[in-house]
Write a protein that binds this ligand. Structure first.
Ligand SMILES: Nc1nc2c(ncn2[C@@H]2O[C@H](COP(=O)(O)OP(=O)(O)O)[C@@H](O)[C@H]2O)c(=O)[nH]1
Ligand SMILES: [Mg+2]
Length: 249
C-alpha cells in the first residue's frame, strides 16, 4: 500500500485563514478573485521576501463528462463551464498555491500545471497519453457522485496507471458533483469500502465557487502535502514529514 502522510502533518491546513498568509495569498488574488496566470507568469513577491517555487505536473484522469475540465478551472480559480463539451485535445492550466511547511515554517509557492485531456481524444490519438504521462508527478482520478459507472471503474483506472508508471507518482481520488446529492449514485458506505481497500482517501468537490479559496484549499493542500512527502521519500528522508533543504528545489 502507498505510504501516505497523515493529513495535515506536512503542511499547515487552512493556512489561508491565518493572518501571516495574507501577504502570500494576495499575490494569487486580484479584486478578491483568483488571478489568472499564463504559462510564463508567476506571483511576484517583494525582493526581501524570498519564496521558492516548486513545479509539478498533474494529470487529470476520468471518463468524459465526469468534470475534469471543471475541476481544472475550479483549482485555478477560473470560470467553470456550464455546458459540457468534450475537450478536443490536451488543455493545460496553471494554478499557484502558497503553502507553509509545518516542520520549519518555510513558505513555498506550489505551481501545479494541470493536464486535462478529453477521453475520446486520448483514445483516438496514440501520442497524447505518452505526453500526458511524461514527467507527471501526480494523477487525479475523478469519478462523479452522479455516475455509478465512473466510480466502479476506479480500480481499473488505478491499475492502468500503476502499470504505466515504473516510478512513484502521487495518486488522488476525487468525487465530483457532490453538490448534486439528490442524484447521488454512490453511497457513503461504498466510498468507505473503497478507501479501506485501496488506502487512498476520497476527496469531494462540487457546488458554487464561494470565496475562491475555501473550497479548493483542502484539495490543493492535500495535493501539495502528498507531492512534498513524495519528494522527501525520493530524497531519502522518508521518516520526516518535512523535507530536506534540497528535496525538490
Ligand atoms: N453540479 C455540478 N456540475 C458539475 C461539476 N463538475 C462538472 N460539472 C458539470 O458537468 C459537465 C461536464 O463537466 P466537464 O468538466 O466538461 O467534464 P469533462 O468531460 O470530464 O471535462 C459540465 O456541464 C459541468 O458544468 C460539479 O462538481 N457539480
Ligand atoms: Mg473536458
Amino acid at each position: 500500500m502507498a505510504q501516505v502522510p497523515p493529513p495535515g502533518s506536512v503542511v499547515v491546513a487552512d493556512w489561508h485563514l491565518c493572518k501571516d498568509s495574507k501577504e502570500y495569498f494576495s499575490k494569487i488574488l486580484h479584486k478578491k478573485r483568483r488571478r489568472n496566470f499564463g504559462l510564463l507568469e508567476s506571483p511576484v513577491m517583494p525582493p526581501h521576501v524570498a519564496v521558492d517555487t516548486v513545479h509539478y505536473k498533474i494529470f487529470i484522469s476520468g471518463k468524459s463528462g465526469v468534470g475534469k475540465t471543471a475541476l481544472a478551472a475550479r483549482l485555478a480559480g477560473l470560470n467553470i463551464p456550464n455546458m459540457h463539451y468534450e475537450t478536443t485535445g490536451i488543455e493545460t492550466t496553471v494554478a499557484y498555491w502558497p503553502v507553509k511547511l509545518k516542520e520549519n515554517s518555510r513558505v513555498l509557492f506550489f505551481r501545479f500545471q494541470l493536464w486535462d485531456c478529453g477521453e475520446n481524444a486520448l483514445r483516438r490519438f496514440d501520442h497524447l497519453l505518452p505526453s500526458c504521462k511524461e514527467q507527471a508527478d501526480a494523477v487525479l482520478f475523478l469519478f462523479s457522485f452522479t455516475d455509478r459507472t465512473s466510480f466502479d471503474d476506479l480500480p481499473n483506472q488505478l491499475a492502468k496507471w500503476t502499470e504505466l508508471f515504473a516510478r512513484r507518482v502521487v495518486k488522488m481520488v476525487i468525487g465530483t458533483k457532490f453538490d448534486l446529492f439528490m442524484h447521488c449514485d454512490v453511497a457513503e458506505r461504498d466510498v468507505r469500502d473503497f478507501q479501506d481497500t485501496w488506502g487512498i482517501p476520497v476527496l469531494r468537490t462540487g457546488g458554487e465557487v464561494t470565496d475562491g479559496l475555501g473550497d479548493v484549499a483542502p484539495l490543493l493542500n492535500c495535493l501539495a502535502e502528498k507531492l512534498w512527502y513524495q519528494d522527501c521519500i525520493t530524497a531519502g528522508s522518508a521518516s520526516l514529514p518535512g523535507a530536506p533543504e534540497n528535496a525538490c528545489l
